[in-house]
Design a protein around this ligand. Structure first.
Ligand SMILES: [Zn+2]
Length: 68
């Protein structure tokens, strides 16, 4: 399911979207609360956080957190 490669922001060419991406937990297009996905990578000791809109299936951000 998650075989697609991760890209950071898929709509950064819109300045307005970028502002929203930085500050909002809602979809920039439809206002739906974003779903968060956390995927732990045991080998790299990271947690990947992805946010996406269940309505438009727009992926708005992906962050990597380091566990120590
Ligand atoms: Zn949406």
């Amino acid at each position: 399911m998650e075989a697609k490669k991760i890209s950071y922001f898929e709509n950064v060419n819109h300045p307005v979207h970028r502002e929203f991406i930085d500050s909002q937990e809602h979809c920039v297009l439809c206002g739906t609360v974003l779903k968060l996905n956390h995927t732990a990578d045991q080998e790299e000791k990271t947690i990947k956080e992805e946010a996406y809109c269940p309505q438009c299936t727009l992926r708005t951000r992906a962050k990597i957190y380091l566990l120590n």
